[in-house]
Design a protein. Structure first.
Length: 202
């Protein structure tokens, strides 16, 4: 019999640069890795917690990364009205040991990505694409993760780098500034072939 008492679930909120997104940080591992749910269908299939949250009228999208969940709200609601309700909802769900993301989700997403990236990393452009992806993963990802978001390299074509923003970075007013001033500047310096960074809408 298991006699070890589980430590209580602690949960606090953190602001993100996006006024529509709030980061709920817990002392539990919610999901090892990244799981981004912008569509209800994907949530319904793969994440019982994201699906439950998205059934609330004020939740637009849900993004998990290790011990936190970033919740994007609908524009017509104020955080002051829904912040505590969401906090209680997540806390209760985690306390009950509810499933956050189903087994096999990472493999499913990897398969999708492999299909999308099949031609990405071959040939001369492929070398540049690899270099760009490495730079984004090493220098940019850790910074945007602090803000409750993520950036994914999508493609490199004729000097243009295509990325998608996830979590709090998705639709964030300051993400386009970050993208242009920060990421584009760095990539142009380190990979002379890069002329522009373009944000794709996921």
């Amino acid at each position: 019999m298991d006699t070890i008492a589980k430590s209580p679930v602690m949960l606090y909120t953190e602001q993100t640069p996006n006024p529509e997104a709030l980061k709920y940080v817990t002392n539990r591992m919610l999901y090892r890795g990244i799981a981004d749910f912008k569509e209800k269908d994907l949530a319904a299939e793969w994440s019982p917690l994201a699906n439950s949250l998205m059934e609330l009228p004020y939740v637009k999208s849900v993004y998990f990364n290790n011990n936190y969940v970033t919740i994007m709200k609908e524009f017509n609601y104020e955080w002051s009205d829904i912040m505590l309700r969401l906090k209680e909802f997540v806390k209760e769900y985690v306390e009950k040991g509810g499933e956050v993301v189903k087994e096999g989700f990472a493999a499913y997403m990897e398969k999708l990505e492999a299909e999308n990236n099949a031609g990405q990393f071959s040939g001369e452009n492929g070398e540049i694409a690899k270099k760009v992806k490495e730079l984004i993963d090493t220098y940019v990802k850790p910074a945007v993760e602090m803000d409750g978001g993520n950036i994914e390299f999508k493609a490199y074509e004729n000097g243009r780098v295509f990325v998608t923003m996830q979590g709090s970075c998705s639709g964030c007013p300051s993400s386009s500034v970050t993208l242009k001033a920060g990421i584009e500047g760095m990539l142009k310096r380190m990979v002379p072939e890069v002329t522009e960074v373009v944000q794709e809408m996921a």
